[in-house]
Ligand binder design. Structure first.
Ligand SMILES: [Fe+2]
Length: 452
Protein backbone atom coordinates (compact mmCIF):
# COMPACT_ATOMS: atom_id res chain seq x y z
CA UNK A 1 0.00 0.00 0.00
CA UNK A 2 1.19 3.48 -0.77
CA UNK A 3 0.22 6.96 0.27
CA UNK A 4 1.18 9.81 -2.01
CA UNK A 5 1.09 13.38 -0.71
CA UNK A 6 0.07 15.94 -3.31
CA UNK A 7 1.75 19.13 -2.02
CA UNK A 8 -0.63 21.10 -4.23
CA UNK A 9 0.65 19.37 -7.36
CA UNK A 10 -2.37 18.93 -9.66
CA UNK A 11 -0.74 15.88 -11.28
CA UNK A 12 -1.11 14.04 -7.97
CA UNK A 13 -4.67 15.18 -7.27
CA UNK A 14 -8.11 13.92 -8.26
CA UNK A 15 -7.98 11.26 -10.95
CA UNK A 16 -4.37 12.11 -11.74
CA UNK A 17 -3.46 10.51 -8.42
CA UNK A 18 -2.19 6.93 -8.53
CA UNK A 19 -4.13 3.95 -7.27
CA UNK A 20 -2.39 2.08 -4.50
CA UNK A 21 -3.26 -1.55 -5.10
CA UNK A 22 -3.58 -4.18 -7.80
CA UNK A 23 -7.10 -5.53 -8.22
CA UNK A 24 -8.43 -8.63 -9.95
CA UNK A 25 -12.17 -8.84 -10.60
CA UNK A 26 -14.16 -11.38 -12.62
CA UNK A 27 -17.52 -11.31 -14.45
CA UNK A 28 -17.90 -7.56 -14.59
CA UNK A 29 -21.28 -5.86 -14.69
CA UNK A 30 -22.24 -4.75 -18.18
CA UNK A 31 -24.84 -2.19 -19.21
CA UNK A 32 -25.76 -2.90 -22.81
CA UNK A 33 -24.37 -5.64 -25.00
CA UNK A 34 -20.73 -6.36 -25.78
CA UNK A 35 -20.35 -7.18 -29.49
CA UNK A 36 -19.59 -10.90 -29.73
CA UNK A 37 -16.91 -10.14 -32.32
CA UNK A 38 -14.82 -8.39 -29.68
CA UNK A 39 -12.66 -11.19 -28.29
CA UNK A 40 -9.45 -10.03 -26.71
CA UNK A 41 -8.14 -7.49 -24.22
CA UNK A 42 -8.44 -3.74 -23.97
CA UNK A 43 -5.22 -2.54 -22.32
CA UNK A 44 -4.06 0.93 -21.34
CA UNK A 45 -0.82 2.13 -19.79
CA UNK A 46 -0.10 5.19 -17.67
CA UNK A 47 2.15 6.45 -14.90
CA UNK A 48 1.34 5.23 -11.40
CA UNK A 49 4.04 6.10 -8.87
CA UNK A 50 4.46 3.74 -5.92
CA UNK A 51 6.02 6.49 -3.84
CA UNK A 52 6.80 10.14 -4.58
CA UNK A 53 9.90 11.57 -2.93
CA UNK A 54 9.20 15.23 -3.76
CA UNK A 55 5.51 15.80 -4.47
CA UNK A 56 6.00 19.48 -5.26
CA UNK A 57 8.43 18.52 -8.05
CA UNK A 58 6.61 15.46 -9.37
CA UNK A 59 6.15 15.41 -13.14
CA UNK A 60 3.05 13.69 -14.58
CA UNK A 61 5.18 11.78 -17.08
CA UNK A 62 7.35 10.31 -14.34
CA UNK A 63 6.62 7.21 -12.38
CA UNK A 64 6.40 3.55 -13.33
CA UNK A 65 3.76 2.24 -15.67
CA UNK A 66 0.58 0.54 -14.62
CA UNK A 67 -1.54 -1.36 -17.12
CA UNK A 68 -5.32 -1.52 -16.71
CA UNK A 69 -6.91 -4.32 -18.70
CA UNK A 70 -10.32 -5.81 -19.42
CA UNK A 71 -10.78 -9.19 -21.12
CA UNK A 72 -13.81 -9.68 -23.38
CA UNK A 73 -15.02 -13.03 -24.72
CA UNK A 74 -18.37 -14.46 -25.82
CA UNK A 75 -20.08 -11.16 -25.14
CA UNK A 76 -18.89 -11.14 -21.52
CA UNK A 77 -16.37 -9.05 -19.60
CA UNK A 78 -14.38 -11.88 -18.05
CA UNK A 79 -11.96 -9.88 -15.95
CA UNK A 80 -10.39 -6.58 -14.98
CA UNK A 81 -6.80 -6.40 -13.81
CA UNK A 82 -4.44 -3.55 -13.04
CA UNK A 83 -0.75 -4.36 -12.72
CA UNK A 84 2.42 -2.36 -12.37
CA UNK A 85 4.99 -2.95 -15.07
CA UNK A 86 7.51 -4.43 -12.67
CA UNK A 87 10.98 -2.98 -13.03
CA UNK A 88 13.61 -3.63 -10.41
CA UNK A 89 12.75 -0.30 -8.74
CA UNK A 90 9.02 -1.08 -8.68
CA UNK A 91 9.67 -4.46 -7.11
CA UNK A 92 11.94 -2.92 -4.50
CA UNK A 93 9.34 -0.25 -3.66
CA UNK A 94 6.70 -2.95 -3.30
CA UNK A 95 8.97 -5.03 -1.04
CA UNK A 96 9.42 -7.79 -3.59
CA UNK A 97 12.57 -9.70 -4.51
CA UNK A 98 14.87 -8.04 -7.00
CA UNK A 99 17.30 -9.64 -9.42
CA UNK A 100 19.44 -8.30 -12.22
CA UNK A 101 17.53 -10.03 -15.00
CA UNK A 102 14.35 -8.07 -14.26
CA UNK A 103 13.53 -4.96 -16.34
CA UNK A 104 15.64 -1.89 -15.63
CA UNK A 105 12.77 0.49 -16.38
CA UNK A 106 8.98 0.45 -16.22
CA UNK A 107 7.47 1.70 -19.51
CA UNK A 108 4.52 3.91 -18.66
CA UNK A 109 3.22 5.30 -21.95
CA UNK A 110 1.70 2.71 -24.27
CA UNK A 111 0.99 -0.99 -24.61
CA UNK A 112 0.59 -2.82 -27.89
CA UNK A 113 1.09 -6.18 -29.49
CA UNK A 114 3.82 -6.98 -31.96
CA UNK A 115 4.76 -10.39 -33.40
CA UNK A 116 2.66 -12.13 -30.79
CA UNK A 117 4.14 -10.24 -27.83
CA UNK A 118 2.31 -7.80 -25.55
CA UNK A 119 4.76 -4.93 -25.08
CA UNK A 120 4.70 -2.01 -22.64
CA UNK A 121 6.37 0.95 -24.36
CA UNK A 122 8.08 4.20 -23.42
CA UNK A 123 10.40 6.77 -25.01
CA UNK A 124 13.65 8.37 -23.81
CA UNK A 125 15.79 5.27 -23.54
CA UNK A 126 13.62 2.49 -22.17
CA UNK A 127 13.29 -0.77 -24.05
CA UNK A 128 9.93 -2.57 -24.41
CA UNK A 129 8.81 -4.85 -21.59
CA UNK A 130 6.84 -8.02 -22.27
CA UNK A 131 3.61 -8.60 -20.36
CA UNK A 132 1.69 -11.86 -20.02
CA UNK A 133 -1.94 -12.49 -20.93
CA UNK A 134 -2.77 -11.76 -17.28
CA UNK A 135 -0.52 -8.68 -17.21
CA UNK A 136 2.35 -10.16 -15.27
CA UNK A 137 5.73 -8.67 -16.18
CA UNK A 138 7.84 -11.18 -18.13
CA UNK A 139 11.02 -9.25 -18.97
CA UNK A 140 12.65 -6.83 -21.37
CA UNK A 141 12.25 -7.31 -25.10
CA UNK A 142 14.82 -5.83 -27.44
CA UNK A 143 13.21 -7.51 -30.46
CA UNK A 144 15.24 -10.72 -30.07
CA UNK A 145 18.43 -8.79 -29.52
CA UNK A 146 18.12 -6.74 -32.70
CA UNK A 147 17.29 -3.34 -31.08
CA UNK A 148 20.51 -1.30 -30.80
CA UNK A 149 19.31 0.93 -27.98
CA UNK A 150 16.14 2.83 -27.26
CA UNK A 151 12.65 2.40 -28.64
CA UNK A 152 9.55 4.60 -28.72
CA UNK A 153 6.08 4.68 -27.17
CA UNK A 154 4.60 5.48 -30.59
CA UNK A 155 5.62 3.07 -33.32
CA UNK A 156 3.62 3.64 -36.49
CA UNK A 157 1.97 0.67 -38.19
CA UNK A 158 2.28 0.35 -41.95
CA UNK A 159 -0.77 -1.59 -43.16
CA UNK A 160 0.92 -2.33 -46.50
CA UNK A 161 4.32 -3.66 -45.40
CA UNK A 162 3.01 -4.64 -41.95
CA UNK A 163 6.09 -3.04 -40.33
CA UNK A 164 6.47 -0.88 -37.26
CA UNK A 165 8.33 2.42 -37.75
CA UNK A 166 9.60 4.44 -34.78
CA UNK A 167 11.66 7.56 -34.00
CA UNK A 168 13.67 6.69 -30.92
CA UNK A 169 15.81 8.81 -28.62
CA UNK A 170 17.82 8.38 -25.47
CA UNK A 171 18.82 11.82 -24.23
CA UNK A 172 21.15 10.51 -21.55
CA UNK A 173 23.12 8.29 -23.97
CA UNK A 174 22.82 9.81 -27.43
CA UNK A 175 23.70 13.46 -27.13
CA UNK A 176 23.56 14.41 -30.79
CA UNK A 177 21.10 12.18 -32.61
CA UNK A 178 17.90 10.21 -32.58
CA UNK A 179 17.43 6.88 -34.32
CA UNK A 180 14.87 5.77 -36.87
CA UNK A 181 14.00 2.11 -36.32
CA UNK A 182 11.92 -0.25 -38.47
CA UNK A 183 10.71 -3.54 -37.01
CA UNK A 184 9.48 -6.26 -39.32
CA UNK A 185 6.40 -8.42 -38.84
CA UNK A 186 8.77 -11.17 -37.65
CA UNK A 187 9.53 -9.05 -34.58
CA UNK A 188 13.12 -8.24 -35.58
CA UNK A 189 14.63 -4.84 -36.37
CA UNK A 190 15.12 -4.58 -40.12
CA UNK A 191 16.53 -1.05 -40.43
CA UNK A 192 18.10 1.65 -38.29
CA UNK A 193 19.27 5.11 -39.28
CA UNK A 194 20.88 7.67 -36.97
CA UNK A 195 19.50 11.18 -37.47
CA UNK A 196 21.71 14.02 -36.17
CA UNK A 197 19.81 16.87 -34.47
CA UNK A 198 21.04 20.24 -33.15
CA UNK A 199 19.68 19.56 -29.65
CA UNK A 200 18.37 16.89 -27.31
CA UNK A 201 14.74 17.15 -28.32
CA UNK A 202 11.72 15.39 -26.83
CA UNK A 203 10.60 13.45 -29.93
CA UNK A 204 7.45 11.88 -28.58
CA UNK A 205 5.96 10.58 -31.80
CA UNK A 206 6.43 10.49 -35.56
CA UNK A 207 4.36 10.20 -38.70
CA UNK A 208 4.58 7.81 -41.59
CA UNK A 209 3.30 8.21 -45.13
CA UNK A 210 3.87 5.99 -48.14
CA UNK A 211 6.89 8.12 -49.11
CA UNK A 212 8.25 9.61 -45.92
CA UNK A 213 9.07 9.04 -42.29
CA UNK A 214 8.32 12.36 -40.60
CA UNK A 215 10.57 13.78 -37.86
CA UNK A 216 9.17 16.27 -35.34
CA UNK A 217 12.15 18.43 -34.31
CA UNK A 218 10.26 20.82 -32.04
CA UNK A 219 11.53 23.23 -29.37
CA UNK A 220 11.25 21.19 -26.17
CA UNK A 221 14.79 20.20 -25.21
CA UNK A 222 16.81 18.88 -22.30
CA UNK A 223 17.64 21.57 -19.73
CA UNK A 224 20.93 20.69 -18.05
CA UNK A 225 19.95 22.61 -14.91
CA UNK A 226 16.94 20.32 -14.46
CA UNK A 227 19.14 17.29 -15.12
CA UNK A 228 21.61 18.47 -12.49
CA UNK A 229 18.97 18.40 -9.77
CA UNK A 230 17.46 15.10 -10.91
CA UNK A 231 14.21 16.51 -12.23
CA UNK A 232 12.24 15.73 -15.39
CA UNK A 233 14.68 17.19 -17.92
CA UNK A 234 12.60 18.78 -20.69
CA UNK A 235 11.39 22.34 -21.06
CA UNK A 236 10.40 24.89 -23.69
CA UNK A 237 13.41 26.28 -25.55
CA UNK A 238 12.63 29.54 -27.42
CA UNK A 239 16.13 29.57 -28.93
CA UNK A 240 15.59 26.25 -30.73
CA UNK A 241 14.47 26.38 -34.37
CA UNK A 242 11.38 24.18 -34.93
CA UNK A 243 11.44 21.95 -37.99
CA UNK A 244 9.64 19.08 -39.61
CA UNK A 245 11.83 16.58 -41.40
CA UNK A 246 10.74 14.43 -44.35
CA UNK A 247 12.96 11.38 -44.57
CA UNK A 248 12.39 9.39 -47.79
CA UNK A 249 11.62 5.92 -46.52
CA UNK A 250 14.01 4.27 -48.92
CA UNK A 251 16.92 6.47 -47.84
CA UNK A 252 19.89 5.17 -45.89
CA UNK A 253 21.32 8.67 -45.33
CA UNK A 254 19.96 11.26 -42.91
CA UNK A 255 21.37 13.94 -45.22
CA UNK A 256 18.44 13.18 -47.52
CA UNK A 257 15.97 14.59 -44.99
CA UNK A 258 14.03 17.58 -46.30
CA UNK A 259 13.83 20.01 -43.38
CA UNK A 260 10.97 22.52 -43.28
CA UNK A 261 10.83 25.19 -40.59
CA UNK A 262 7.59 26.24 -38.91
CA UNK A 263 6.44 28.71 -36.27
CA UNK A 264 7.23 27.71 -32.67
CA UNK A 265 4.82 25.13 -31.27
CA UNK A 266 4.79 21.63 -29.88
CA UNK A 267 2.86 18.45 -30.60
CA UNK A 268 2.82 15.05 -28.99
CA UNK A 269 0.41 13.24 -31.26
CA UNK A 270 -0.36 13.30 -34.95
CA UNK A 271 -3.75 11.88 -35.84
CA UNK A 272 -2.44 10.59 -39.18
CA UNK A 273 -0.42 11.71 -42.20
CA UNK A 274 -0.46 10.99 -45.90
CA UNK A 275 0.99 12.04 -49.25
CA UNK A 276 -1.31 14.35 -51.20
CA UNK A 277 -1.55 14.11 -54.98
CA UNK A 278 0.21 17.48 -55.36
CA UNK A 279 3.33 16.17 -53.63
CA UNK A 280 2.71 17.80 -50.26
CA UNK A 281 2.46 15.88 -47.03
CA UNK A 282 -0.73 16.36 -45.04
CA UNK A 283 -0.50 15.95 -41.27
CA UNK A 284 -3.47 16.25 -38.92
CA UNK A 285 -2.07 16.84 -35.45
CA UNK A 286 -2.91 18.11 -31.96
CA UNK A 287 -0.88 21.30 -31.65
CA UNK A 288 0.14 23.29 -28.56
CA UNK A 289 1.36 26.89 -28.65
CA UNK A 290 3.87 26.08 -25.88
CA UNK A 291 4.97 23.13 -23.77
CA UNK A 292 6.78 23.05 -20.41
CA UNK A 293 7.23 26.81 -20.41
CA UNK A 294 5.33 28.12 -17.39
CA UNK A 295 4.37 24.61 -16.22
CA UNK A 296 7.35 22.24 -16.07
CA UNK A 297 5.42 19.45 -14.29
CA UNK A 298 2.99 18.57 -17.10
CA UNK A 299 1.08 19.77 -20.13
CA UNK A 300 -1.85 21.43 -18.35
CA UNK A 301 -0.43 24.77 -17.30
CA UNK A 302 0.66 26.41 -20.53
CA UNK A 303 -2.19 25.87 -22.99
CA UNK A 304 -4.50 23.20 -24.32
CA UNK A 305 -4.04 21.56 -27.71
CA UNK A 306 -6.37 21.69 -30.69
CA UNK A 307 -6.53 19.92 -34.03
CA UNK A 308 -4.50 21.44 -36.85
CA UNK A 309 -3.71 20.45 -40.41
CA UNK A 310 -0.08 20.94 -41.34
CA UNK A 311 0.61 20.89 -45.07
CA UNK A 312 4.29 20.34 -45.68
CA UNK A 313 5.67 21.30 -49.09
CA UNK A 314 8.94 19.46 -49.72
CA UNK A 315 9.77 21.64 -52.75
CA UNK A 316 9.29 25.05 -51.14
CA UNK A 317 10.26 23.64 -47.72
CA UNK A 318 7.29 25.29 -46.07
CA UNK A 319 4.68 24.27 -43.51
CA UNK A 320 1.19 25.74 -43.70
CA UNK A 321 -0.66 25.55 -40.37
CA UNK A 322 -4.45 25.56 -40.40
CA UNK A 323 -6.60 25.10 -37.30
CA UNK A 324 -9.36 22.60 -38.06
CA UNK A 325 -11.29 22.95 -34.81
CA UNK A 326 -10.83 25.33 -31.90
CA UNK A 327 -12.06 22.88 -29.29
CA UNK A 328 -9.35 21.41 -27.08
CA UNK A 329 -8.60 17.80 -27.96
CA UNK A 330 -5.85 15.23 -27.42
CA UNK A 331 -5.14 11.54 -27.98
CA UNK A 332 -6.14 11.45 -31.67
CA UNK A 333 -6.63 8.09 -33.40
CA UNK A 334 -7.64 6.75 -36.80
CA UNK A 335 -8.46 3.28 -38.07
CA UNK A 336 -5.19 1.34 -38.37
CA UNK A 337 -6.26 0.37 -41.90
CA UNK A 338 -5.80 4.00 -43.04
CA UNK A 339 -2.52 4.63 -41.24
CA UNK A 340 -0.11 6.25 -43.78
CA UNK A 341 -3.08 6.73 -46.17
CA UNK A 342 -5.64 9.48 -46.59
CA UNK A 343 -8.12 9.23 -43.75
CA UNK A 344 -11.62 10.61 -43.64
CA UNK A 345 -12.35 10.09 -39.95
CA UNK A 346 -10.33 10.79 -36.81
CA UNK A 347 -11.24 10.45 -33.16
CA UNK A 348 -10.05 12.04 -29.94
CA UNK A 349 -10.79 13.01 -26.36
CA UNK A 350 -11.99 16.51 -25.56
CA UNK A 351 -10.16 18.42 -22.86
CA UNK A 352 -11.19 21.07 -20.35
CA UNK A 353 -9.09 23.38 -18.17
CA UNK A 354 -6.46 21.54 -16.19
CA UNK A 355 -6.19 18.86 -18.88
CA UNK A 356 -9.41 17.33 -17.57
CA UNK A 357 -10.80 14.80 -20.08
CA UNK A 358 -14.20 15.44 -21.64
CA UNK A 359 -16.40 14.09 -24.41
CA UNK A 360 -15.43 11.88 -27.35
CA UNK A 361 -14.97 13.64 -30.71
CA UNK A 362 -15.30 12.23 -34.20
CA UNK A 363 -13.89 14.44 -36.93
CA UNK A 364 -15.06 14.02 -40.50
CA UNK A 365 -12.16 15.63 -42.36
CA UNK A 366 -13.92 15.27 -45.69
CA UNK A 367 -17.07 17.09 -44.59
CA UNK A 368 -15.28 19.39 -42.15
CA UNK A 369 -17.64 18.45 -39.37
CA UNK A 370 -17.34 17.15 -35.82
CA UNK A 371 -19.71 14.74 -34.06
CA UNK A 372 -19.59 14.63 -30.28
CA UNK A 373 -20.53 11.79 -27.98
CA UNK A 374 -21.58 13.52 -24.78
CA UNK A 375 -20.70 11.55 -21.68
CA UNK A 376 -22.54 13.63 -19.12
CA UNK A 377 -21.59 15.85 -16.20
CA UNK A 378 -18.44 14.84 -14.39
CA UNK A 379 -17.54 12.15 -16.91
CA UNK A 380 -14.54 12.21 -19.22
CA UNK A 381 -12.94 9.92 -21.77
CA UNK A 382 -9.39 8.73 -22.06
CA UNK A 383 -7.94 8.04 -25.50
CA UNK A 384 -10.58 6.39 -27.71
CA UNK A 385 -9.16 3.48 -29.69
CA UNK A 386 -10.94 2.72 -32.96
CA UNK A 387 -11.56 -0.99 -33.62
CA UNK A 388 -12.78 -1.78 -37.11
CA UNK A 389 -15.47 -4.40 -37.59
CA UNK A 390 -14.19 -7.52 -39.40
CA UNK A 391 -16.58 -7.05 -42.34
CA UNK A 392 -16.44 -3.25 -42.25
CA UNK A 393 -18.33 -1.48 -45.02
CA UNK A 394 -16.86 1.95 -44.35
CA UNK A 395 -13.84 3.52 -42.67
CA UNK A 396 -15.85 4.26 -39.54
CA UNK A 397 -17.61 0.90 -39.37
CA UNK A 398 -16.45 -0.25 -35.95
CA UNK A 399 -16.27 0.71 -32.31
CA UNK A 400 -14.52 3.22 -30.11
CA UNK A 401 -13.19 1.78 -26.87
CA UNK A 402 -12.15 4.00 -24.00
CA UNK A 403 -11.90 4.17 -20.24
CA UNK A 404 -14.32 6.79 -18.97
CA UNK A 405 -13.83 8.27 -15.51
CA UNK A 406 -16.91 9.35 -13.56
CA UNK A 407 -16.01 12.03 -11.05
CA UNK A 408 -19.40 11.74 -9.34
CA UNK A 409 -18.73 8.13 -8.31
CA UNK A 410 -14.89 8.11 -8.45
CA UNK A 411 -15.12 4.99 -10.60
CA UNK A 412 -14.28 4.15 -14.20
CA UNK A 413 -15.91 2.18 -17.00
CA UNK A 414 -14.78 0.66 -20.26
CA UNK A 415 -17.16 2.29 -22.74
CA UNK A 416 -17.77 0.88 -26.22
CA UNK A 417 -19.30 3.29 -28.73
CA UNK A 418 -20.63 2.65 -32.22
CA UNK A 419 -18.22 4.85 -34.18
CA UNK A 420 -20.75 5.33 -37.00
CA UNK A 421 -23.21 7.22 -34.81
CA UNK A 422 -21.91 9.31 -31.93
CA UNK A 423 -25.42 10.45 -30.98
CA UNK A 424 -26.65 7.10 -29.68
CA UNK A 425 -25.95 5.62 -26.23
CA UNK A 426 -22.91 3.37 -25.83
CA UNK A 427 -23.16 -0.15 -27.19
CA UNK A 428 -21.83 -1.32 -23.83
CA UNK A 429 -20.57 0.10 -20.54
CA UNK A 430 -18.43 -2.27 -18.51
CA UNK A 431 -18.31 -1.19 -14.89
CA UNK A 432 -14.88 -1.47 -13.27
CA UNK A 433 -14.22 -2.10 -9.58
CA UNK A 434 -12.03 1.00 -9.25
CA UNK A 435 -11.04 4.15 -11.08
CA UNK A 436 -8.46 4.20 -13.85
CA UNK A 437 -6.23 7.25 -13.30
CA UNK A 438 -5.76 9.67 -16.19
CA UNK A 439 -2.91 8.24 -18.22
CA UNK A 440 -1.77 7.79 -21.72
CA UNK A 441 -2.32 5.19 -24.41
CA UNK A 442 -4.29 2.02 -24.88
CA UNK A 443 -5.09 -0.51 -27.54
CA UNK A 444 -7.52 -3.28 -28.27
CA UNK A 445 -5.51 -6.49 -28.60
CA UNK A 446 -7.76 -8.87 -30.46
CA UNK A 447 -7.35 -12.61 -29.97
CA UNK A 448 -7.44 -12.73 -33.74
CA UNK A 449 -4.12 -10.87 -33.87
CA UNK A 450 -5.06 -7.72 -35.64
CA UNK A 451 -2.33 -5.10 -35.33
CA UNK A 452 -2.66 -2.89 -32.28
FE1 LIG B 1 1.80 9.73 -26.44
Amino acid sequence: MTTVKTAGNIYLEGNFSPVDSEVTAFDLEVIGEIPAELEGRYLRNGPNPVTVASPEQHHWFAGPGMVHGVRLRDGKAEWYRNRWVRSQNVRAALGEGVSGDQPHASPNTNIARWAGLTLALVEAGGVPVRMSEDLDTLGESGFSGTLPGAFSAHPKFDPVTREWHAMCYSWAQWLDHIQYVVVGPDGRVSKTLDIPLPGMVMVHDMSLTRRYAVVYDLPVTVDVELVAVGRFPFRWNPAYTPRIGLLPRSSADAADIIWCELDPCYAYHPMNAYDAEDGTVVIDICRYDRMFDRDILGPAGDCLPSLYRWTVDPVRRTVRQQQLDDRAMEFPRVASSVSTLQHRFGYGAGLAAGFSPGDVYKHDLQQGSVAVHTLGAGRGSAEPDFVQREDARSEDDGWLMSYVYDGTTDRSELVILDARDMSVPPVARILLPQRVPFGFHGNWLSDHDRPA
